[in-house]
Design a protein. Structure first.
Length: 104
């Protein structure tokens, strides 16, 4: 006796696609939940960084008033929102400067 192979009908193809779509929906739901968790963590970290940056600038402002802004270490200026980049258009050199003095 021979085996009879049924050719796929549009109904069977639709059922197979429905199954694949249902599985994909579940996977997408899991990804969306994970993204929500990660977005929450990212927002928390950004808020924490903003608070630390504010504190850093307050301390740096006080430090600059004690030692003179021209004596601030360049590494410290990298973390401050009170820093400006000054570009020499002739030499194309640039430097970071403390702009905290300008706000006073």
């Amino acid at each position: 006796m021979s085996t009879i192979l049924e050719f796929p009908t549009s109904h069977r193809k639709a059922e197979a696609l429905r199954g694949q779509l249902t599985n994909q929906m579940g996977e997408l739901d899991e990804l969306y939940l994970e993204l929500d968790v990660l977005h929450g963590k990212l927002n928390d970290l950004e808020a924490k960084a903003a608070g630390q940056e504010k504190w850093f600038d307050e301390c740096l402002t006080e430090y600059a008033s004690l030692i003179g802004s021209e004596n601030l270490e360049i590494e410290m200026l990298q973390y401050s929102a009170n820093t400006k980049i000054v570009v020499n258009s002739d030499s194309k050199d640039f430097k970071l400067e403390w702009k905290g003095d300008e706000e006073e």
